[in-house]
Design a protein around this ligand. Structure first.
Ligand code: AQP
Length: 350
């Protein structure tokens, strides 16, 4: 079975972008894959060093995974810091990755702000730890939102450079696998990961500005729908969502140059499991005064069972901690298999 890995940072309330771009795909992928889903708490230190309630944040993301329908017994759910092999492999990848590659990362540029000299080394090295998160399980498929595409390309570059630099050692170790890169057969240790970024809403945009990503760190709560929002809040945010004065077009081409309309149609399509063309076939020619209430009903219908289940699970932190403890133990055992082989390939004595 293909091995799927993905992670979510415990850095605030999860929103509709995190759900449609990531968590919903995690759930769907369980049927035909072996899945490992991680609360990436070490990454959260790159956003903010001291967290008021780190355990609560970790439990809340875990609750969202479970409430959305991830099965922690058939698959693995755990938090990153409990599996130190991620950090060990990240160090090796820091030595593989080139500074020129890291300098191109747009997320670093966005998150570091104007005074880059004051950004942490951790924020700069974030993509290297992300590559380690994935490759410490030699995972092949990674469901993420569109904003993570560049980091996954870097993960492939890191894997490729490790495979080439250690080619002879990999061959001698007997741990290699035969993969194809382009049309070329390559004897490698790490696979080339495939990003899974499809669907009608790969990048959910802010409800206040259709050119900005919906994000946990946006100062305006009206810009996003949080997974813990109640019906009243969802309704208020969608009613107040920015739109243009025109009605909905009947064809996709009519959404060009209308980022807010495009975003709301994409959200509807993703929530309804339809294409944007299907949504426009139903609503083309209608005003937003008709479309927005339909979107509210759909969003409440899809999200409220998840919100309810999240609240129920969060009332029992002991259960969540048990899920994480069990998942971490299973993840550690798998990650250690890789790290033993990587240490052998490099030539470390352990
Ligand atoms: N707006 C989005 N649309 C689609 N997918 C999104 N993701 C995040 N925002 C959107 C996807 O959610 C997963 C987990 O994200 P994360 O918490 O690890 O990182 P993030 O991208 O930093 O999340 P935020 O909410 O956008 O936080 P800030 O405000 O810190 O920038 C990832 O798969 C991501 O692609």
């Amino acid at each position: 079975k293909p091995l799927v890995f993905s992670g979510v940072q415990p850095t605030g309330n999860l929103h509709l972008g995190n759900y449609l771009g990531a968590i919903r795909k995690f759930v769907a992928l369980q049927a035909n894959n072996d899945c490992i889903y991680c609360v990436v708490d070490m990454h959260a230190l790159t956003a903010q060093l001291v967290h008021e309630d780190m355990p609560g944040q970790i439990r809340s993301i875990t609750a969202a995974f479970l409430a959305a329908g991830i099965d922690p017994e058939k698959h693995i759910v755990f938090n990153q810091s409990a599996v130190p092999q991620h950090a060990e492999l990240a160090w090796i990848f820091n030595c593989v990755a080139r500074i020129g590659w890291m300098n191109r990362m747009t997320q670093f540029k966005d998150k570091a702000g104007k005074d880059r000299e004051q950004a942490s080394l951790g924020l700069y090295a974030y993509p290297s730890l992300m590559a380690a998160d994935i490759l410490v399980y030699r995972a092949t498929h990674v469901p993420v939102g569109d904003d993570q595409k560049q980091h996954l390309e870097l993960t492939r570059d890191i894997a490729m450079k490790f495979n080439l630099d250690y080619m002879e050692h990999i061959r001698r170790s007997g741990y290699g696998i035969d993969i194809t890169v382009g049309d070329e057969p390559v004897h490698a240790y790490f696979p080339m990961v495939e990003p899974l970024i499809d669907g009608p809403a790969p990048r959910v945009m802010s409800l206040r500005d259709g050119t900005k990503k919906m994000s946990k760190s946006d100062a305006s709560d009206l810009s996003r729908i949080n997974l813990l929002d109640d019906e009243e809040n969802i309704s208020k945010k969608i009613r107040k969502a920015k739109t243009d004065p025109d009605g909905l077009p009947s064809e996709i081409a009519g959404l060009a140059g209308r980022p807010e309309a495009d975003n709301l149609v994409g959200i509807y399509a993703a929530l309804a499991d339809k294409s944007k063309a299907d949504v426009l076939a139903a609503f083309g020619g209608q005003q937003f005064s008709v479309f927005k209430p339909a979107l509210v009903d759909l969003a409440v219908h899809v999200l409220s069972p998840i919100t309810g289940e999240m609240r129920r699970l969060m009332a029992d932190p002991g259960h969540i901690d048990n899920v994480l403890r069990d998942g971490s133990a299973r993840a550690r055992a798998r990650a250690e298999v890789t790290m033993k082989q990587v240490r052998d390939i490099i030539g470390f004595i352990y």
